[in-house]
Design a protein around this ligand. Structure first.
Ligand SMILES: Nc1ncnc2c1ncn2[C@@H]1O[C@H](COP(=O)(O)OP(=O)(O)OP(=O)(O)O)[C@@H](O)[C@H]1O
Ligand SMILES: [Mg+2]
Length: 479
């Protein structure tokens, strides 16, 4: 999970927001409920005290409840309201205490007495009994027949109320994380769905290169922000495509137009050289011109090939091509040049391998690579061509013991006009187009080219061409 992705950040902020809102809501609700509960307890205690005050009679520290025994309502009240009752005289002595309080282990504390009896008014007090349970008391002053004050306490055990609140709190503690987890999952799925078009845009953009500018991002037709982005992006690619097309057309036209005058100059120079009239200086100039013309027409031919390859117009005549005999033939032709440079060329082959290819173009590839190997390998070096295959590819490796290519130059050697070390390159003729042509041809075959090199040790180019499918592979199988 990429924590920096918009998807994650959106989901995380959404979940954080739900967690915060739910917590605030939960805490507020808890507070609100406890206020309601305690208000209810106090109101109930007040009512109980009123009733008991009406029933209670004290004489000589003796307590009596006077009520109508035939009235069931009064009887129930007198019975249940006295469950947690206590009466204390003005010296702090408990003169009556119900069993409920005794059982809870609650004892009267003397410091609760004086202020109540001196300024008689009703008040509330929450006390923790010895069994750790809390009791809420209402405290009010009553008088006996001779007008002596006593303190009346009526209690209400808070345990059920507190239990209900605690239950509510635990429900929140468990339910809030569960809800947030559900919100996170839901948010994640939603963000996934919303951002899917963005992945499409990214994928398409990754696939687009100068050679496949025809690709477009699918527009869903709902005209939302992402559709607008895709449409803008598509417009941009369309503009790029037409720009590229114009450049391609231009270089193709220029190369084409330059070819004719160059051929004419070349022909005329050759004729002039053949005539007897030219003196030695004149000849030298003409010969040097001829070399340059040769270089230029090579370059123009290469540029034309590249322009055609870019436009997908490199018409390949794809045929089954058996590489072992093809390479043996080719080697016999270049052997002489290699001998002149005192470089040995050998071919290692594991047997005949048939690929699908255009013999002329693959020949061009091999000649370019061999030309490089010969150019950049010093005398007495070695060039080894090895042929092998796996289930998909026919593989040609071309290994030389030349000067090698610096590691940082490797990504660029297939670029047009790129030559390692421009200044030193002057010594060795070349334009830097050879390898770009090689790559275009290999690509057009659906093949691959890789390079490995170590400076001062040598270079290996590895070519892979798709194998020709045998009859069994291509014909449909019927049972
Ligand atoms: N076998 C090799 N050993 C060392 N360096 C090489 C080898 N092959 C290519 N290079 C380097 O890669 C560069 C590009 O090669 P490429 O064939 O494209 O151009 P070139 O040989 O200089 O010119 P061209 O092939 O157009 O005549 C070369 O200039 C050279 O520096
Ligand atoms: Mg070259």
């Amino acid at each position: 999970m990429n924590t920096r992705s918009i998807r994650f950040r959106m989901t995380a902020s959404y979940s954080l927001l739900s967690a915060t809102t739910l917590t605030i809501f939960g805490v507020a609700l808890y507070q609100f409920l406890s206020i309601i509960f305690f208000n209810y307890v106090d109101a109930d205690l007040r009512k109980q005290a009123e009733v008991i005050k009406r029933f209670i009679r004290i004489e000589d520290d003796q307590i009596r409840l006077e009520y109508d025994k035939n009235n069931p309502e009064e009887a129930t009240m007198a019975d249940s309201y006295t469950d947690y009752m206590r009466v204390i005289d003005r010296y702090g002595r408990v003169i009556n205490q119900s069993t409920g309080l005794v059982m809870m282990g609650d004892e009267f504390r003397a410091d609760h007495l004086p202020d109540r009896l001196q300024a008689p008014r009703t008040g509330f007090r929450t006390v923790t009994a010895r069994n750790h349970e809390k009791i809420r008391f209402i405290e009010t002053v009553i008088y006996d027949s001779s007008h002596i004050p006593y303190l009346l306490q009526i209690g209400f055990p808070l345990r059920p109320t507190e239990q209900a609140l605690r239950g509510f709190m635990w429900a929140g503690i468990v339910l809030i994380p569960v809800t947030v987890a559900i919100a996170f999952t839901g948010g994640w799925l939603m963000a996934n769905r919303m951002l899917k078009p963005v992945s499409h845009i990214t994928q398409t953009a990754q696939q687009i290169s100068a050679s496949n500018l025809a690709l477009r991002i699918p527009v869903r037709g709902i005209n939302d922000e992402l559709d607008q982005l895709a449409a803008t992006f598509n417009d941009m690619i369309a503009r790029l495509e037409s720009g590229f097309e114009r450049i391609r057309q231009f270089s193709s036209n220029v190369s084409h137009e330059l070819r004719t005058p160059l051929t004419i100059i070349q022909g005329e120079t050759e004729v002039a050289l053949m005539s007897d009239g030219a003196n030695a200086d004149f000849r030298r100039v003409l010969e040097s011109n001829l070399e340059e013309i040769d270089r230029m027409s090579h370059m123009i031919n290469d540029l034309l090939t590249l322009a055609r390859a870019d436009a997908g117009e490199l018409d390949l005549n794809l045929q089954p091509l058996e590489l072992e005999s093809f390479l043996t033939d080719l080697l016999s032709q270049v052997q002489l040049i290699a001998l002149e440079k005192e470089i040995s060329i050998t071919l290692d082959s594991s047997g005949p391998i048939t690929t699908r290819g255009d013999a002329l173009q693959i020949r061009r590839v091999m000649l370019n690579l061999i030309d490089n190997a010969l150019k950049y390998t010093p005398p007495f070096g070695k060039i080894r061509i090895a042929l092998s295959s796996d289930e998909r590819w026919g593989r040609i490796s071309l290994l030389d013991t030349g000067r090698g290519i610096p590691y940082e130059s490797l990504p660029y050697i297939f670029d047009r006009f790129y030559r390692v070390d421009q200044s030193r390159s002057r010594e060795v003729a070349g334009t830097g187009l050879g390898l770009s042509i090689v790559k275009s041809i290999v690509d057009a075959h659906g093949g691959r080219i890789d390079v490995k090199s170590r400076l001062g040790i040598g270079t290996e180019f590895i070519l892979r061409f798709p194998l020709e499918k045998t009859a069994e592979e291509t014909s449909p199988v019927s049972f």
